[in-house]
Design a protein around this ligand. Sequence first.
Ligand code: PMP
Length: 438
Amino acid sequence: MTHINEDLFDRARTVIPGGVNSPVRAFGSVGGTPRFLVEARGPHVVDAEGREYVDLVASWGPAILGHAHPEVVAAVQAAAARGLSFGASTPSETELAEEIVGRLRAAGDSPLEKVRLVSTGTEATMTAIRLARGATGRDLLVKFAGHYHGHSDGLLAAAGSGLATLSLPGSAGVTEAVASQTLVVPYNDEAALEAVFAERSDQIAAIITEASPANMGVVPPDPGFNAFLVELAHRHGALVIIDEVLTGFRVDAAGYWGLSSRAGDVYQPDLFTFGKVVGGGMPLAALGGRAEIMDLLAPLGPVYQAGTLSGNPVAVAAGLTTLRLATDEVYERLDTAAHTLSTATSDALSAAGVAHVVQRAGNLFSFVFASEPARDYAAVQAQEGWRYPAFFHSMLDQGVSLPPSVYEAWFVTAAHDDAAVSRILEALPAAARAAAEA
Ligand code: PMP
């Protein structure tokens, strides 16, 4: 029995807080030792002990084609050989912006006209909010409980993802003044949203919402909810930021907005944020929207934003190549794999007598251990979440790597072929029994 992961974790903890560079990696809510990964290829990751796992984390979303797709790696290598960073304009960053704009245009009447590239989803949402404030001259931001938009100060109130995993209501170090400018509203609650606008409408700069929440587990918007909030905001002179950092270019070629538009659920937000898939596994994210608003950014306008590594050529090569390879056929493969896995997991949980509901947003899915679907953060928190660690560890012991928290979506990739899916299916009955006995 080797203890390489334990030893690496001990060593990491002496020089890195909690041994991790992003909290949820520490296995805090599932217990046990995080696996230190040394390789990722196709549907698999390999840990420092040489164990291979079928992966359903996909680097939390970016690896839509599977890990280390040969053409993406080749494009990255070629870009790197031409120079790691120029701090100047490149032809390829325009191509990536065109690809993003073109994808949304192909899906419907798109308000996305201009794009700026940044390095992380956190930066994208932070900048979008600054833009919304700059455009409206108003201060307040409305966000929904359980939605995660990155770790900038004003967005940590009642956020999902790692904060949900750690049961933290917000973060120390955020000033009262900043926190008081974020109004948190329960999700999928039209009356609560209307009440906030009735009280503060002339002060609200924007509503920010995950296109479909997936950081408290997957909690899709009620049909028409996104259209409702856009209409309400616009009626009161406020903007809408649709955060597609997680869903963008994953659930559809044009993100959740594209999926909705194609289904006839049409809405016109003012700004979008993207991350994860758009960078193909490299640090790259984006914000975009109507030209009239985007042109308020420096150097044209008064809203400042900048980045030494913004539009980094190696990251752009990864993102552009990934998007070009993410064809309709890839999205069909993801949909099929997601359907097979979510159905089989649900069947296994039912066979073991575990109450649960599959929550879906296109090819993203997760489970709540409850008998009713969860429509908001309160419902998600009320589930029998304590069943998840046993389920998670049984899967891990059988060579399947799931997100180490019940509050995260499961991510399939186009590389999840029959062999990878079969390995997951074989592991499910024992994991479901472990959840039943927890
Ligand atoms: N918004 C959403 C919807 C996200 O899921 C995330 C990351 N999980 C972010 C923003 C922040 O992105 P990053 O981690 O790249 O800062």
